[in-house]
Design a protein around this ligand. Structure first.
Ligand code: GLU
Length: 469
């Protein structure tokens, strides 16, 4: 049997990190088993389902490197739930014809009154089935009915979840759910089951906030006589404070992480480890994840998002990336910071500086911040200003002259000149290098300063030394 899984986000305008995790686990499962990973956009909410909102999801998946296997539909490259609305309605009609569903003519007020009464009696709020056995001749005039499933009144519904294990719910606990609304639109319960069936989904794997829906969905599969797929429900991802992960935690959507300078491979490794384990392995490449991923390793309890851990993984993956690739990735961040474009020569300089920058950063944004002074002189920060005592300023004036004598403006030559000067004056190297760093970078911490001076070039270095002196 070929394994077919799906990722069915509703376009909300952003892709939540929990959705990215769900996509990742489905994608890995498909890859691991040589199966298919299908994308379905649950675009039935027409107001929210704008082309931009859909695009955010497609871009999120693309950025994370998760390609999907179903792309050929008229005018789009994903399965659209909205496009299937007539099919959903037809299934509801079929259930009606077969006597497995019925019209319910309750008005919203009637339902409200029913709920209020149940609440007052301390009973669970459930539709009481009042139209289950009534004939259409009793239908009030001018009311558009909904279609409800005639759910079994006895027995139990069992779900064997690959993560949560076997769970049984008594059918008396579930009421007759609405399949088709009065305006003819399908409910989520109906649409999701029909689509999963029609797409040949073998494994429905999603966040455990959908676990309770599963029992109702199984009832629809059974009513239609369809094979019930395997289910797996993954634990929620919470914010560091244990609350729902949201914007207020700094980043909750995939694009936030991209815009804050995280690498996709770091986010993937992080999400993977957050809810899945392979022994004690922390650094796991995508190739390894594909080779190892299975349901056995998925945890059951909710995981808290830990930005520190993600950042340290990001630092790891930054070091692994070739300098040229990092240059390409950092350049847009840097150009925003400098409010100007880099010239081709400056881009080459960024690549040359990369070996000194990348071991010191946790994000691409940090690299960009650290790299600014290689291109434009930066205002001296407070600590740098404090460091520039009259003696230090004398050092800068002298160094500006020394640098002039260098024909070969290399890291080694700059360093030798500074060391020579320190020896001559009986100064510690730090007393020369620190003022130099402050004048050149505007800060008391920077990547190795002799290399930076060499990259910045003689003229600009001298200009900065004199300006600071
Ligand atoms: N559109 C639903 C969601 O994003 C899909 C739920 C499901 O996987 O069945 O939560």
């Amino acid at each position: 049997m070929t394994i077919v899984v799906r990722f069915p986000p509703s376009p909300t305008g952003f892709m939540h990190i929990g959705n990215a995790r769900t996509a990742l686990f489905n994608w890995l499962y498909a890859k691991h088993h040589g199966g298919k990973f299908l994308l379905r956009i649950e675009d039935t909410d027409r107001e929210r389902s704008t082309p931009e909102a859909v695009e955010v999801i497609l871009q999120g998946l693309q950025w994370l490197g998760m390609d999907w296997d179903n792309k050929n539909y008229p005018g789009r490259n994903y399965y659209s739930q909205f496009a299937e609305r007539e099919r959903h309605a037809a299934v509801a009609q079929q259930l009606l014809t077969e006597g497995k569903a019925y019209y319910c003519y309750c008005s919203p007020e009637e339902l409200e009154a029913m709920r209020a009464e149940q609440k007052a009696k301390g009973q669970p709020m459930r539709y009481d089935g009042r139209w289950r056995d009534r004939s259409a001749s009793e239908a009030p005039a001018g009311v558009n009915p909904v279609i409800r499933l005639k759910a079994p009144l006895t027995g139990e519904t069992v779900v064997r979840d690959l993560v949560l294990g076997e769970v049984t719910v008594q059918n008396t606990q579930m009421d007759d759910m609405v399949l088709l609304r009065a305006d003819g639109t399908p409910t989520y319960m109906l649409a999701v089951v029909v689509d999963d069936h029609d797409m040949g989904i073998t494994h429905v794997m999603r966040g455990d906030d959908h676990f309770t829906n599963t029992f109702r969905q199984v009832q629809i599969y059974k009513a239609m006589g369809w094979d019930v797929p395997q289910f797996a429900h993954f634990p929620m991802i919470l914010g560091p404070d244990g609350g729902k992960l949201s914007k207020r935690h700094g980043a909750a959507s995939v694009t936030d992480f991209r815009d804050q300078g995280y690498l996709p491979e770091a986010l993937i490794n992080y999400l993977l480890r957050l809810c899945w384990a392979h022994g004690d392995d922390e650094i796991i490449s995508v190739e390894q994840a594909i080779a190892w991923f299975d349901m056995d390793g998925v945890g059951k309890s909710a995981a808290r998002f830990d930005y520190t851990k993600l950042s340290s993984l990001n630092a790891h993956y930054i070091k692994q990336r070739p300098d040229r690739e990092l240059t390409q990735l950092v350049q847009p961040f840097l150009e925003t910071r400098l409010s100007r474009a880099l010239t081709a020569a400056e881009t080459a300089r960024l690549t040359q500086a990369m070996p000194d920058l990348k071991p010191r950063a946790q994000t691409l944004l940090e690299i960009a911040d650290m790299a600014k002074f290689y291109f434009d002189a930066q205002p001296l920060d407070e600590k740098a200003q404090k460091l520039l005592t009259p003696e230090a300023k004398q050092v800068l004036t002298d160094l500006a002259v020394r640098l002039d004598t260098l024909d070969d403006f290399t890291t080694e030559a700059v360093e030798a000149a500074c060391r020579g000067y320190a020896e001559e004056k009986g100064l510690k190297l730090g007393n020369v290098a620190q003022p130099l760093r402050a004048a050149i970078s505007g800060s008391t911490v920077s990547p190795p300063i002799f290399g930076a001076v060499a990259l910045i070039g003689k003229d600009e270095a001298q200009r900065r030394l004199r300006s600071a002196a």
